[in-house]
Write a protein that binds this ligand. Structure first.
Ligand code: SF4
Length: 512
């Protein structure tokens, strides 16, 4: 098994940097659905550009390299303890090489283990089977989409859809609602795995396991196949679109599994996965550990490069483009409206959960008056001369900062925040009172944005760990869309409202 460690390293690196062929095909279908010049088309062009950049440079597709979950089938008698140690070594190496972000955090102290190894991380499930080779599959699922997982307990009342009973139609309502509640916060357009039955834990496990199915496979259970087709069609009428900007492509895949349950319980569990659907697999020689073949790589590998060049010319559409450079005045901010495309040059400062919490009680390490905060936990690497380099730097989910954001903007005079998925009413009110804007960058486009960062000026509050520290960056041509302005407008609120009205159209019974 001398090759097993290297094979696991290759699996991790490929999963983090190279989107599987079935997922690429689903994303191309989404592109075909959107009209040129719309916000959705612009977002998809950025997404596909990012996919190609990650592939070319062998760097993470998204800076959130997620919870590593392995499903491994081994011949009877294989020493799983040895395999487990090799997987840990491969993860440590991939983290050191900047292919994975250090993502394992002590839940009580907030301390980052620095190498992705810790209690509960990674998740490795071993199974024995009668075959003579090893089948190892890996999914890396980020926090933004993980936070949009949802579990229903039937019977129940579902907002917009009414009573959901313990039958196929009740299940239908749960799944449709799960797509609505995710909005753009899980970096739509997404994929869902659904688990029907089990207990609360095995239901979620079954849901996540569905994500290991090929996007184009056919469910062996005819009723579930019909339900999968129905959900895929109807979810795409909700109009949530890419990143929740509105549009025709909201859901790219739906896979449903079923298991037995206790008579008293009826759970429907949904695992939501973003467009950056990173899961791959390998078949390995059980003696040497060498890779014999890759999974999820059948058929044509779609290369988005050529179509990206054509789309780049068209996708700007009629949106107004405004160049911003900090320090920004209140007057400049008041001129911005929802839908404007902003191009940022100059200073940008990262800040996510730990920084927002810290700034509520403490002074900022630098003068933030007129500045821009970027909700981002980048992947960073230090070279031998001590210089930091950005390896991946897309936006993180902004709604987590909702309790703090408005107060912090007012306290320090911050004029703009960049993130993804939008923010709530408290922040919207603060933007109006103070004169601020919320800018939505494209979630998951970590290579695209890393390319806009021309220099790392310095870093503060490194005690919070690399993703949570405050990085002071110089950017050029950093594009984002105004989705909440200083006049009380929020694209997120508008899309939520219209998608809810469309959800309500599906109240009537469809399956018996
Ligand atoms: S694409 Fe979005 S939801 Fe997915 S891992 Fe990246 S930031 Fe998280």
């Amino acid at each position: 098994m001398e090759k097993f460690r290297q094979s696991m390293y290759d699996l991790i690196v490929q999963t983090s940097t190279n989107l599987p062929y079935d997922v690429r095909r689903a994303i191309r279908k989404a592109k075909e659905r959107e009209n040129a010049g719309t916000r959705a088309a612009l977002s998809l062009a950025t997404i596909t550009q990012n996919i190609e950049m990650a592939d070319d440079n062998v760097l993470p597709i998204c800076q959130d390299t997620g919870m590593l979950t392995f499903e491994i089938k081994v011949p009877v008698g294989t020493n799983q303890l040895v395999l487990e140690e090799s997987i840990y070594d491969a993860i440590r190496q991939a983290t050191k090489d900047g292919k994975l972000r250090p993502n394992s955090v002590d839940s009580l102290t907030g301390e980052n283990s620095g190498d992705n190894i810790g209690p509960g991380t990674p998740i490795i499930h071993f199974h024995q089977w009668e075959k003579d080779y090893i089948d190892a599959r890996l999914i890396v699922k980020g926090g933004g989409c993980e936070n949009k997982n949802i579990q229903y307990s039937l019977p129940m009342e579902i907002e917009g859809l009414g009573r959901a009973g313990r039958d196929l139609d009740g299940i239908r309502k749960c799944i449709l609602h799960s797509v609505y509640q995710a909005q753009g916060q899980g970096c739509s357009a997404g994929f869902i795995g659904v688990g029907i039955g089990g207990d609360r834990i095995s239901g979620y496990e079954l849901a996540k396991k569905q994500l290991f199915r090929d996007v184009s496979d056919i469910n062996e259970n005819e009723k579930l196949q019909q339900l999968e087709d129905y959900i895929l069609e109807k979810a795409n009428t909700l109009g949530i679109g890419t990143m929740g900007f509105g549009g025709e492509a909201t859901l790219l895949g739906c896979k449903i599994g079923v298991m037995n349950r206790l008579p008293a319980s009826f759970f429907v569990s949904v695992a939501y996965n973003c467009w950056a659907f990173r899961r791959l697999g390998v078949e390995l020689d059980a003696n040497s550990g060498e890779i014999q073949g890759w999974l999820y790589q059948e058929g044509e590998k779609i290369n988005f490069k050529e179509e990206n060049e054509a789309a780049a010319k068209e996708s700007q559409g009629d949106a107004r483009e405004v160049v911003l450079q900090a320090p920004i005045s209140e007057e400049q901010i008041r001129e911005l409206k929802v839908g404007d495309v902003v191009v940022i040059n100059g200073d940008l400062h990262t800040g996510r959960d730990a920084i927002h919490h810290y700034l509520m009680e403490h002074d900022a390490p630098i003068d933030l008056n007129g500045q821009i905060i970027y909700h981002c936990g980048p992947v960073m690497l230090k070279d031998t001369e001590g210089e930091w380099h950005v390896k991946a730097a897309g936006p993180t989910t902004s709604i987590r900062e909702e309790p703090y954001q408005g107060d912090i903007m007012k306290k320090f005079g911050i004029r703009a925040v960049i993130g993804k998925g939008g923010m709530g009413p408290k922040t919207l009110k603060a933007l109006e009172e103070h004169g601020g804007v919320y800018l939505n960058a494209i979630g998951g486009a970590a290579q695209y944005y890393a390319d806009c960062i021309k220099k790392v000026d310095s870093v503060d509050l490194m005690e919070f760990g690399i993703p949570e520290a405050m990085w002071h960056l110089k950017v050029e041509g950093f594009r984002a869309i105004v989705t909440m302005d200083s006049h009380g407008n929020s694209l997120h609120q508008d899309v939520d409202k219209t998608s809810f009205e469309r959800l309500e159209l599906h109240k009537e019974k469809v399956f018996s």
